[in-house]
Design a protein around this ligand. Structure first.
Ligand code: HEC
Length: 244
């Protein structure tokens, strides 16, 4: 095989192999309803869920409690509604309650920092993942997940969503997997979905907390430049009016 042909084969493999890998993953992702993206009430509910339910194991070390100002909470609200740790201050980082070694012992893996998880996984993936845990006695934690098969994370929101089981039906030779609610939780499916919209919303916010302010500054800067344009244009007319 000459060099050009080798190159052709390499380029072909480079294109085909990743395509096959993508085609093989059968996981269906539900669409995250992005319309609520900038909704402060939703972000605040999400922040509360996050600090109540997730900080026990995960950290968000790029995030300080004080950044919750950006979603419309003042210091008093943050201290009252969000569980700021006793030794923590409003400017503390969101640290996990659990140290990495004990987490590794308990779950086999260290729970990853969630500061920028929305950037790595995307909102659709997170919104789906948080709703697809099911009971699986073969797993050490007792839980599995159809979006992240064999995940090491125990489902910490089963009190809210309830307990789902996986049912596999055979349809004309191929298997169809379905999650079925076995024991309902304290929320209806619609309430739980909406709580997961809030939580995903908050995870997306954490990935880029300055986004909202940046957009506002963008409009102010553009407004200023337009004003400047008008002034400079008027000045130019004034200077040139006698030189024609
Ligand atoms: C009891 C400890 C524990 C709690 C509480 C917990 N998790 Fe986890 N989580 C884990 C562990 C352990 C993993 C790593 C799983 C693996 O890699 O197999 C994980 C993985 C994840 C992942 C996947 C990360 C990746 O690799 O892409 C996400 C997303 C996540 N958790 C979100 C959450 C959210 C949101 C909450 C709060 C509702 C939460 N977790 C609460 C233990 C926990």
């Amino acid at each position: 095989m000459n060099a050009i042909n080798k190159l052709r084969v390499l380029v072909l493999l480079w294109i085909v192999v990743p395509t096959l890998a993508i085609a093989n993953t059968e996981i269906h992702l539900d669409k995250f309803p992005v319309t609520l993206e900038k909704d402060n009430a939703s972000l605040q509910r999400g922040a509360k869920l996050f600090t109540d339910k997730c900080l026990a194991c995960h950290s968000a070390t790029y995030m300080r409690y004080s950044r919750l100002h950006d979603i419309g909470m003042n210091d008093a609200q943050v201290k009252k509604e969000i569980a700021v740790p006793e030794d923590g201050q409003i400017y503390s980082k969101m640290q996990s309650a659990m140290d990495a070694n004990s987490a590794k012992l308990a779950y086999g893996v260290v729970p990853p920092d969630l500061s920028v998880i929305a950037r790595a996984r995307g909102a659709d993936w997170l919104y789906t993942y948080l709703r697809t845990f099911y009971v699986d006695a073969s797993r050490a934690s007792g839980w599995n997940n159809t979006t992240f098969p064999n995940v090491g994370m125990p489902f910490v929101m089963s009190d809210l969503q309830g307990e789902q089981v996986l049912e596999v039906e055979k349809h004309e030779g191929h298997e169809v997997k379905k999650l079925v609610m076995k024991t309902p939780g304290s929320m209806t499916p619609a309430q739980y979905d909406s709580a997961m919209v809030d939580l995903t919303n908050y995870l997306v916010f954490m990935g880029d907390p300055g986004e909202k302010n940046r957009h506002q500054y963008g409009y102010i800067v553009l407004g200023f430049l337009l004003l400047l344009l008008a002034l400079v244009y008027a000045l130019k007319q004034e200077i040139w009016k006698d030189i024609k």
